[in-house]
Write a protein that binds this ligand. Structure first.
Ligand code: BTN
Length: 330
């Protein structure tokens, strides 16, 4: 894992239990001196792993870590009603971006739908060229690549359909009716961003097209990661009162995604529209649409059957498509 950059997989796995471990015990585990242990612990900080040290007790990662394990993700998928064998599942430790990985796999050619998960991304991508904060082992970083015939045109509304799947999964995992969607791709709870969706395309834009569906959900943001976010944010630890089991989270999200993608393949976004609107946090509220330098104020009136935002301006409904448009509550 992190060892390429000087840190350590065995160390992190040991500290993942959240208990104190003495410098001596860690030294014995790694076969190094206590001083060397201390040095290696220092190297974890840039990954968002802030180790606490207490004299006489040793070192610990407060709250511990729920690390990803393929068998647990597959079991959680099955428990949530999906067929885990329908997926090629890749769990990575450190990567640049799971979307970049899934795009590379898509370009090599897919034999079946592939999902890539990682503990850490050092170049996580958000919408509109923004970085996505991706500290180690705390959040969900997941990208799924799957083939569609009918070219890019058949994918209209896909990212909104994905939002429905993520919201369904989070609802079932304890957020209940507090989970909301903010057009086009944000997952919200109580007016704060909990996660986001970034769809990128590979393949033939007029033939077999492969969308890479990237999903990021905040499980527990570290203070450093949180400080780098320029909008109100939240995480599952705050919202549920406990750190999430990330394997359960991944399994439920993948299961909901497989089910919604099945529906989307049959008939596109239109039949999912009503479900999307039940989660809509902006419906009937005054909002601003930002289109480059332009700012249009109106009342949000849900979405079209293609997933366009419907905005009422002076009594007339205007439609906006995703891309470079962004939406703010007025
Ligand atoms: C947004 O800006 O709201 C979209 C964020 C999408 C982040 C996820 S994390 C997994 C996948 N890999 C990436 O690099 N980005 C997406």
């Amino acid at each position: 894992m992190i060892s390429a950059d000087g840190a350590d997989s065995a160390l992190v796995r040991c500290l993942a239990d959240g208990s104190y471990h003495s410098g001596e015990a860690l030294g014995a585990l790694l076969g190094v001196s206590r001083a060397a242990v201390w040095k290696r612990l220092q190297k974890l900080a840039p990954y968002g792993l802030e180790v606490e040290s207490v004299r006489g007790k040793g070192y610990r990662l407060p709250g511990g870590l729920s690390l990803l394990a393929e068998t647990s993700v597959r079991q959680a998928m099955a428990d949530a009603g999906a067929d885990p064998d329908a997926l090629d599942l890749r769990i990575l430790d450190i990567t640049t971006s799971t979307n970049a990985d899934a795009l590379a796999l898509a370009r090599e050619g897919l034999r079946k739908t592939v999902a890539v998960l990682a503990e850490y991304q050092n170049a996580g991508r958000g919408r509109r060229g923004r970085p996505w904060q991706s500290p180690y082992g705390r959040n969900l970083y997941l990208s799924l690549a799957t083939s569609f015939s009918g070219g890019a045109a058949a994918l209209e509304g896909l990212s909104l359909a994905v939002g429905v799947a993520v919201a369904d999964a989070l609802k079932a995992l304890g957020l209940g009716d507090r989970v909301q969607l903010k057009w086009p791709n944000d997952i919200w709870v109580a007016e704060r961003k909990l996660g986001g969706i970034l769809v990128e395309l590979a393949g033939d834009m007029d033939g077999i097209c492969v969308p890479v569906i990237g999903i990021g959900i905040n499980g527990m943001l570290t203070s450093t990661a949180a400080a780098a976010i320029d909008q109100p944010w939240t995480d599952l630890t705050r919202e549920l009162g406990r750190a999430p089991d990330r394997n359960l989270l991944a399994g439920h999200v993948l299961s909901a995604l497989m089910s919604v993608l099945g529906e989307f393949r049959q008939a596109g976004f239109a039949p999912l529209r009503e479900r999307w609107q039940r989660y809509d946090c902006c419906d009937g509220r005054e909002v601003q649409v930002l289109l480059g330098e332009r700012r249009i104020i109106g009342v949000a009136r849900g979405v079209s059957e293609q997933g366009a935002l419907l905005l009422e301006v002076d009594g007339v409904i205007q439609r906006f498509h995703g891309g470079e448009v962004s939406l703010r509550l007025a």
